[in-house]
Each structure stands twice: as C-alpha cells, then as structure tokens.
Design a protein around this ligand. Structure first.
Ligand code: NAD
Length: 289
C-alpha cells in the first residue's frame, strides 16, 4: 500500500460517525490496487454538525469522491451541486462524485446494490409485487429503486414507530413520481393484512433491524407464510444468514441474504468514482465470506 502512495494519489473516503467498523477502506484500497488506479481510501469520523465543514475540506483537498454513512446521509445534500433522481426521491446520498470542474453530485447506491444482488441470484424486479418490511433508510432506498426499475407493486409494512411517517412519505412520493408502481403502507401489527399481502406477492424483503445483532435470532415472519415460489430477501448481513433466511431456505424459497447488497452498492459506487469495474468476485471472497 505505502509504495503506491505518491504526490499524485487521489483521495477517496467515507464520512459519518462511527466509521471505525467500516469495511469500505479495505474493499476500495484492494480494488484500487487491483485495477491500477492511483488512489487511496480512508474513513473519517464526522459527526452530523461537522458535515458541511467536512465537505468543504474535501473540496479544498481535491478529493476524487466520497461515501457518506449515518448520520450524515441526508444532511450532506445541503452542500452538493446536484443530486441524482433516485437520491432525491430517497432523500439521502451515500456516494458523492466530483467532476473535473469540481462539481459535487450526490447518488444513492443502496437500492441499486439491492436490485443487483437479486439479479445475481437470478431474480428480476421488473413487473414483480413486493412486500417490504421497514420504512427506514435501507427500506426507502430499496422501495425507490424497485419502483424506478419497474416493480408493479410495493406494499410497505412497518410497526407504528417513528419510521411509519417516513413510510407514508415514501408512498406519497412514489405515487406521484412513479405512478406505474402501486405503492401502499400498512402497520406491521396488522397480521391479517401482512398474511394476505405475502400470499399475493413475488418478493418479500426484510429491511428492518430485526435479525441483525442484537436482534439476531428474531424474525418478523411466521414460516407458515413461506411457499416455494416466493423470493425472500434480507438486508441484514450480520449474521450472514438470519433466522428468516434459514427458515425461508428450509421451506424451499429462493432465499437471499444481505451481504450481496453491501458488495454491489460498493461496486456501483466504485464505478461512479472511477468508471471501472470493481473486482467484485475477488472482493466478495476476500472481505465478505
Ligand atoms: P433505520 O434505523 O433507518 O431503520 C430501522 C427500521 O427497522 C425501521 O423500519 C424500524 O421500524 C425497524 N425496526 C427496528 N426495530 C424493530 C423491531 N424490533 N421490530 C420491527 N421493526 C423494527 O435502519 P436502516 O439503515 O434502514 O437499516 C435497516 C436494516 O438494513 C439493518 O438491519 C441494516 O443492517 C440493513 N442494511 C443493510 C445494508 C446492506 O448493504 N446490506 C445497507 C443498509 C442497511
């Protein structure tokens, strides 16, 4: 690594807080080396109130681009020159590109990563009916990308917590922006509605924190609702296989864990940053297996 860094090396980075646990530096630095790109990637702990200062500093330093994680993903939009249509609908950016004139454009690759992960498992989203558990950041990115990529229906279920209003807002935005996709929301507590929706859908997605440590061992779905022609996808990647995924597999469903979403959102960001393909298979084996 050290021998690669010169006076010309371009800086890329992650900002957010905390960032110490992030796998992004390892993934990007490995990929820069493998693709012969003279760049280095660091992670900077930037609390919400310092987001503007950090963006200004990165502009001054001539950074090639940067990723944003919580809690800065929404705030960062205030400091950008342009925002992609998907990131505008999602209301959050996880990737910022910098062009030759220094113009900063915000993107969101989380939904792209989710859809690509499904494709890598032989599942196309176009024309599909989706039941989506969750109305937070990941769920919003998935619903927007799924609607833009041609899903026919998205029925969101979320418990009546502080995220429910966010789900209602997503339904409102998507109904206006993508009228070809029928979007709705119901309380997760409405078990009859959930059962009926899963019975009539093609793809069931968990984008809540249920299944993720410390909620591992929990699931929101009664396994009796699974059937062989249902695709069941999780966003949770820690643990690699959640209880929901294990039970879906046992019932014969196509069951897709969340680690691929993490990989493919990074691949999409790498492409936006460099115009090149990340060596995805190698990165998957080296850092995500
Ligand atoms: P968030 O805080 O924005 O949203 C949390 C969501 O979980 C809300 O919908 C909330 O209502 C729901 N929730 C929390 N506890 C619950 C409970 N006990 N019962 C029912 N619902 C509950 O979080 P986020 O950033 O959207 O993350 C959600 C999940 O997505 C996490 O598990 C995270 O690991 C995963 N994620 C995965 C990737 C990836 O690349 N694979 C990327 C982002 C997030």
């Amino acid at each position: 690594m050290e021998s690669r860094i010169s006076g010309h090396t371009k800086l890329f980075c992650l900002i957010g807080s905390p960032v110490g646990h992030s796998g992004s530096p390892a993934m990007y630095n490995y990929s820069f080396e493998k693709t012969g790109i003279d760049a280095a990637y660091l992670a900077f702990d930037v609390p919400l109130e310092k987001t503007g200062d950090a963006v200004q500093a990165l502009k001054t330093l001539g950074a090639g681009g940067f990723n944003i994680t919580m809690p800065d993903k929404t705030k960062v939009a205030e400091y950008l020159d342009a925002i992609s249509p998907a990131a505008t609908l999602i209301g959050a950016c996880n990737t910022v590109t910098v062009d030759e004139e220094g113009k900063l454009t915000g993107h969101n690759t989380d939904g792209v990563g989710f859809v690509r992960n499904l494709q890598e498992h032989g599942v196309e989203i176009s024309g599909k009916k989706i039941v989506l558990l969750g109305a937070g950041g990941a769920a919003t990115a998935i619903s927007v990308q799924a609607a833009l990529d041609g899903a026919s229906e998205i029925h969101i279920f979320n418990r009546k917590d502080e995220f429910y209003a966010n789900g209602e807002l997503t339904v409102k935005k998507l109904t206006e922006a993508v009228p070809g996709c029928k979007t709705s929301i119901s309380p997760l507590e409405d078990e009859a509605a959930l059962k009926a929706a899963i019975g009539g859908c093609d793809i069931l997605v968990n984008a809540t924190k249920v299944g993720m440590k410390p909620l591992d061992g929990l699931t929101l779905i009664d396994p009796s609702l699974f059937r062989k022609d249902l695709v069941v996808a999780d966003t949770v990647y820690n643990p690699r296989e959640t209880r929901m995924i294990k039970e879906a597999k046992a019932a014969g469903c196509t069951a897709i864990g969340g680690i691929g979403m993490l990989l493919w959102q990074g691949v999409a960001a790498f492409k936006l940053f460099t115009g090149k393909d990340m060596p995805a298979q190698e990165v998957l084996e080296k850092f995500f297996s």
